[in-house]
Design a protein around this ligand. Sequence first.
Ligand code: SF4
Length: 81
Amino acid sequence: MYIYWTAEENRKNALMEFKYTEDNLLEIEQYFDTVVSNIRNKNFEVKDSPDTGKVCRECDFRFFCSQNGIIKFKAKDIEEE
Ligand code: SF4
């Protein structure tokens, strides 16, 4: 199975391959459900804010976060390209 990181600047590092079996698919599904549950219950802590000029700039939630004061952006950081 592959994940392609679209924002990766170095194309050699953009494609990530990982092996899986039927057994670890179930384990991954359970882990994902736990992560979603923790997010929905607000059971998490942001220890290091993301880089607004790089990570947030590529994120689909940047306008939501900006409008709700979750993180402060410089106008140039959230412009559409
Ligand atoms: S825009 Fe918001 S959701 Fe997206 S990376 Fe930044 S802080 Fe996180």
